[in-house]
Design a protein around this ligand. Sequence first.
Ligand code: OOG
Ligand code: NI
Length: 454
Amino acid sequence: MSAPFTTPDQIRRLFAQAMSRMYRTEVPLYGTLVELVERINAQVLADDPALAAQLRRNGERERLDEERHGAIRVGTAEELATLRRLFAVMGMQPVGYYDLSVAGVPVHSTAFRPLTAEALAQNPFRVFTSLLRLELIDDAALRAQAAEILGRRRIFTPQALALIEQAEREGGLSQADAERFVAEALETFRWHGDATVSLPTYHALHDAHRLIADVVSFRGPHINHLTPRTLDIDAAQAGMVDAGIAAKAVIEGPPRRACPILLRQTSFKALEEQVHFPDGQGGEQGRHTARFGEIEQRGLALTPKGRALYDQLLAQAREIEGTGSTGGDYGTRLQAVFASFPDDHATLRQEGLGYYRYQLTDAGHAEPHRVADLPAEVLVASGLATADPIVYEDFLPVSAAGIFQSNLGGEEQRAYAAHANREAFEAALGAKVHDEFALYEGLQAQSLAALRTP
Ligand code: OOG
Ligand code: NI
């Protein structure tokens, strides 16, 4: 008899905790950010008992303290496909397709994350995962050289690969194997300051795009940030500035609102790291910016209709008085433009702009007959049910582009004539990505069905 399996949710929790410990030692400022966010979250919950009750009702209070997302970038289809299998062991599936070439970054991406309400409540760990698009390097010789370098490296330990195969074959891992798996998987994401390419090659890759140098010159896809979730990003941003942290000037995403929607993010500038090149090339001067810090606030998941309105208003804010930029008085413009996005939950629901989770209140439980006959909106209006925002679990391409740009440490912009290529991405991944809207729709429908079967 073999030992019973632990759950993918449990493996994910172990992995997220191990990742957090590793990043804390690699990037000490991360520890500072986590402490800042914990302090702010405790304050917000103490000041707003209604929000605290809402989070508890939806299984969000427990997950909050451990909630993180990370980001990595890989170079080949094989690396991406193996990552998909590695994340599957921890119950993380690819959701969404993000094309960042439109923003001058030669990658396309997905987010690996848990799918169900139960798994998200256990631990919502996500990893924004980008695949380099070598075809966007103009210089054919450099393109071939980059492909050759990437083709030679091995980013997974043999033990990690063996444990992935074992989990696939046997349908899971025992607790002891899960612990070994987490330790081995962690190796893939560790930072190694020794470059695998010569200094001239690094420079050539860097000249093509800093991001290409970041992916191709090192042993593996080092985790480049690990982001805690705050309940008040404006307070966190102010706290970063007070702590002397070089925060990004603009908070990405929607403006501050009474009903937070989607995702707001801010980051601090990437760290300059010392890099060792083979044969001591570059000496003490070897430098690379690989890692940075980010915090985020998550709000209501929007329906396709709500998302279309968000995209339209964001584009408008970035266009007025400028050239698609976030310069000038961007914050004021953003606030003004978003005045036409409804900002109370009843209107957001009635106009079908966001997804909600419905649950009976004590009064609702006491009156099963009334509950059976009334429409959900009436149940909410008469206090028989609550409708709470379903949290947005995904990412935003315009924000991601802003984060990439600021962390590349300059105004680096390339005009790629490329277009989205989801088919090529899914072929590399070896699977289709899940549709985020279908997942939120499913969560809402599940809660509505549960109202009638108390
Ligand atoms: C990923 C940037 C995107 C986010 O939160 O939007 C991202 C990267 O720099 O690799 O993490
Ligand atoms: Ni991020």
